[in-house]
Design a protein around this ligand. Structure first.
Ligand code: ZN
Length: 171
């Protein structure tokens, strides 16, 4: 297991469509382990293979209990509702933009051994599923925004949400 370098916006690897995973071998397991380590190190909520330069359809998303879910060849099979909030990306460090996403998402994916399963999430987890799956098709959240939020706009958003800024955005 290892921490891999996260590529940032401007690197063309982030704009390419990823190929499906066909071999559920040690190489894939190493990739998934590294994605989890790299995500934990970066203190993010999700990370997609292209963000570490690998054009394969694999992502890791933290669930509502902050446990990593490994999703190989994932697809969204159900979505409902709507949420609008600040979104960021480890490949666009230090920036946020307001993005509207479904509020409830269910995905179908394979695990590291090739077994199909379903996972679902609401709120931040639903947002994260959408965000990470878009990475697999070469898209970044910045395509959904008209500007990056200023610090004042971000602080104002959290104030309106009733968060205590001093303690961060976690509830
Ligand atoms: Zn991202």
């Amino acid at each position: 297991m290892a921490i891999r370098k996260i590529v940032t916006m401007g690197d063309e690897v982030l704009n390419k469509k990823c190929r499906p995973v066909t071999d559920f071998n040690q190489r894939l397991h190493d990739l998934l382990d590294d994605l989890k380590d790299t995500l934990a190190e970066a203190q993010g909520v999700g990370l997609a293979a292209p963000q570490v330069g690998i054009l394969r359809r694999a992502v890791v998303v933290l669930d509502e209990e902050d446990h990593p879910i490994e999703l190989v060849n994932p697809e969204i099979i159900f979505q409902e509702g709507e949420q609008t909030g600040p979104e960021g990306c480890l490949s666009v460090p230090g920036k946020f933009g307001m993005v509207t996403r479904p509020d409830h998402v269910r995905v179908r994916a394979q695990d590291r051994f090739g077994n199909w399963f379903e996972a679902e999430g609401t709120e931040l987890t639903a947002r994260c599923f959408c965000h990470e799956l878009e990475h697999l098709d070469g898209h970044l959240y910045v395509e959904h925004i008209d500007h990056f939020l200023t610090e004042e706009e971000l602080a104002e958003y959290y104030r309106q949400q009733g968060y205590d800024i001093e303690e961060g955005q976690e509830d």
